[in-house]
Design a protein around this ligand. Sequence first.
Ligand SMILES: Nc1ncnc2c1ncn2[C@@H]1O[C@H](COP(=O)(O)OP(=O)(O)O)[C@@H](O)[C@H]1O
Ligand SMILES: [Mg+2]
Length: 453
Amino acid sequence: MKRRLLLWPRSLGGRTALVLLISLTLVQVAGLAIHALDRRDALRFAQLRDVAVRAASIYRTIALADPDNRVGVVRAIDAREGGTAVSLDDGPPVSALPPAFPELQRLLRVNMLLVPMPPALRPRAFVWLGEPAARQMLIGMQMPDGLWVNVRLPLAPARWFLSGTFLAAFLLMTAAAGGLTLWAVRRLTRPVATLAAAAERLGRDVNAAPLPEDGPEEIAKAAAAFNTMAARIRRFLADRNFMLAAIGHDLRTPITRLKLRAEFIEDEELRRKTLADLDELEAMVAATLAFGRETLSDEAPAPLDLAELLRTLLDEAADAWPEAAERCTYRGPDHLTVSARPLALKRALTNLVGNAVKYGGGARITLLPAGQARMPGGMVTVLVEDDGPGIDPEETERVFQPFVRLEASRNRETGGVGLGLTIARNILRAHGGDAVIAPRAGGGTRATATLPA
Ligand SMILES: Nc1ncnc2c1ncn2[C@@H]1O[C@H](COP(=O)(O)OP(=O)(O)O)[C@@H](O)[C@H]1O
Ligand SMILES: [Mg+2]
């Protein structure tokens, strides 16, 4: 057996859906990443601008304050604004933080210009230390009188990924796209299942209805090809059966003529043997004709009670062979419905029961519903058993060939021509089942017929 990848679905629909869903997820993740990076940049910029604006406004408050009162103002701001530290120093801020990017420096300068204040009070120099990853910024602004206003501002971590609405929209989109994908894939792959079902049906019934030739172009083409193939098979079978019937029919006249002529044979023994052979020949031709007619018939399958049918067959067998009546028994459910061509199925089972009675002196029928028998694939099983001489294991296949009769039965004048098992198997196989025959362990024979449930 081929090794299977774990989680790799078996069905075409499952595989297509999986591939589509994986690509969909990849696209979504890529889109999400682009969106998130974009959002992070925008948020960062907004935060940094906010930092610049706050630093500028703090500077302005201090620069505008009365020089004697400055220390008080600085303390007040320091205490008021949580997380923000303001101090008035002789020099720029000292820290291990690296200087901010030139763009940030420019951002601060621009915001400083936007703050209204007398030009004389504007800062003489700036120092901006820090980077977003460090979560804090140090900004030093030198006042005209040489003192530095140093501000330490915290930088909140950018919550750039999970916003509630965004997540909801993302999930909704994924669910909708996933659902749509599954629906579309299932729709697109359904015709494949239909085709498989049709092929299966054709195997059981060559007269099954053709497939509708519609849908997508490829599917319609496949359906048309399938229908053409089915029609060819039907024609081939019809031709074969027609030929069989014609040969059978045309042989009857010469046989009749031969029989008439044989009556004039002088030698008594020779005449008897010739006439017996001709009788057998005639019976074979008649059986062949019947067989041909049967396979040509297009009897429709219908639900029928198999248990009922089997009991009827036993009654009929007991009537025809009264001496075997008490060895004809039925075991199984009272009713069991199967779908089958009634006349054909009856004919097949009659042959099996007839053989058991004729060659085994009685028929023990056991009906096993699907799942109970040790038969694969949920088949309904009919066992026809007898206590007769049994059958040579070497012959169990050969007896299904047309006109094969084992030596023992030839001498018994049972009247058969050797087509019974051929016909039974033919009919059961046409139903999707089978017929086999085998010797029983304790002596006797067991014929097994199976039918789809
Ligand atoms: N239950 C059975 N027990 C013994 N032999 C059997 C049994 N069923 C079939 N056979 C053998 O298989 C041969 C073929 O059977 P069949 O095709 O029904 O032809 P027919 O009954 O006309 O001889 C029989 O002639 C017989 O020798
Ligand atoms: Mg028979």
